[in-house]
Design a protein around this ligand. Structure first.
Ligand SMILES: [Fe+2]
Length: 267
C-alpha cells in the first residue's frame, strides 16, 4: 500500500496556483492509495472544509487530515471559541482528531493537531515571556486568531495525553503519526534567524517526539515549520512535508514543488 503525506498547502494564499490539480496528477502518477494532510489547508474553517472536499473528489482516494493552527483561525471573530471549530473538524469522516484508522491488521494511522508548550523556545526566556507571544513588536498571530479559552500549555497537554491514549489503542501495531506541530528539536527554525530563538516556542513540543519514540512509532509526518526535512532518530522516521507559501518555493515549477513536498511510504 502506497501512502503519501503533504502539509501546509495554504490553498487560499496559493489561490493563483492549481495546487489541487497538481496533487491529483502526482497522486495518480505515483499510484497512491491514501493521502495524508498534516494541516494548514487555509485560514478559515469554511474554506478548509470546502478545499478538503474538492481535494478528496479530485484524488479519488481516502484523504485523512488533521487541522493546523491556520485552519483554526477565526479572523472575523465569528465563532470566538476554537474548541467549536475543532469539534467541527473532528466530526468530519477524514479527520484524525477523534479516531484512529486501521489499515491492515498490523498498521494504524493516528493524528492530532498538536500544539505548543514553548519547549522549543530558548530556555533563557521565561514562561511569562512566551505567554506574551510577542517580541520586538512581532506578534505570533495565533494569539489573536485562535481562542482556546485555556493556555497554550494546557491545550498542548490535552493533545499530548490524547495522542498517548491513541498510541495505547494501537499497541502491537506499526503506527504512522500525523501532527501539524513538530515533535523534535531538529525541525526548529535555525536560531540564527532574527527572533527565532523566541518564536521557535510556538512550533510544537518535544513531548510528541518522546511519545513517538516511547511507543515505537514508525513514521511521523508533520507540517507547520515551512522547511522540508527528513530525519531518522531513535527508530522514528520524522518527515516535514510542507508545500509552503508560493513566495517560499525554491523553483518556478509547481509540479516540482509538490513532488518535493509529498513524502511517500510503502507498507
Ligand atoms: Fe503553514
Amino acid at each position: 500500500m502506497r501512502i503519501g503525506a503533504i502539509s501546509d498547502i495554504h490553498l487560499d494564499v496559493n489561490i493563483d496556483y492549481p495546487i489541487i490539480k497538481t496533487i491529483q496528477n502526482y497522486t495518480k502518477a505515483q499510484n497512491l492509495e491514501i493521502l495524508l494532510v498534516a494541516g494548514d489547508i487555509s485560514n478559515n474553517y469554511k474554506t478548509t472544509l470546502s478545499y478538503l472536499e474538492q481535494l478528496e473528489g479530485a484524488v479519488g482516494i481516502p484523504v485523512y487530515f488533521v487541522p493546523g493552527n491556520h485552519d483554526m483561525w477565526d479572523r472575523e471573530g465569528e465563532i470566538k471559541d476554537a474548541r467549536k471549530i475543532y469539534e467541527i473538524y473532528a466530526k468530519q469522516s477524514g479527520c484524525l482528531c477523534n479516531k484512529n484508522v486501521v489499515l491492515k491488521k498490523d498498521w494504524s494511522i493516528i493524528g492530532s493537531i498538536g500544539w505548543y508548550d514553548y519547549s522549543f523556545g530558548d530556555p533563557g526566556y521565561t514562561i511569562e515571556a512566551f505567554e506574551k507571544r510577542e517580541k520586538n513588536k512581532r506578534i505570533w498571530q495565533d494569539c489573536i486568531m485562535v481562542q482556546w479559552h485555556e493556555s497554550d500549555r494546557q491545550f498542548h497537554k490535552r493533545m499530548r495525553d490524547d495522542l498517548e491514549e491513541k498510541l495505547l489503542a494501537c499497541e502491537g501495531k506499526n503506527v504512522i503519526a500525523l501532527t501539524h506541530m513538530i515533535g523534535t528539536a531538529e525541525f526548529k527554525v535555525p536560531d540564527t534567524r532574527p527572533d527565532w530563538d523566541y518564536f521557535n516556542a510556538f512550533l510544537g513540543s518535544r513531548e510528541y517526539g518522546e511519545l513517538f519514540e516511547k511507543y515505537h512509532v514508525s513514521y511521523h509526518f508533520m507540517g507547520h515549520v515551512h522547511y522540508r526535512k527528513q530525519l531518522i532518530k531513535n527508530g522514528v522516521d520524522y518527515r516535514c512535508v510542507c508545500l509552503n507559501y508560493h513566495t517560499e518555493w525554491q523553483s518556478n515549477d509547481l509540479a516540482e514543488e509538490v513532488a518535493s513536498a509529498i513524502q511517500i511510504i510503502e507498507i
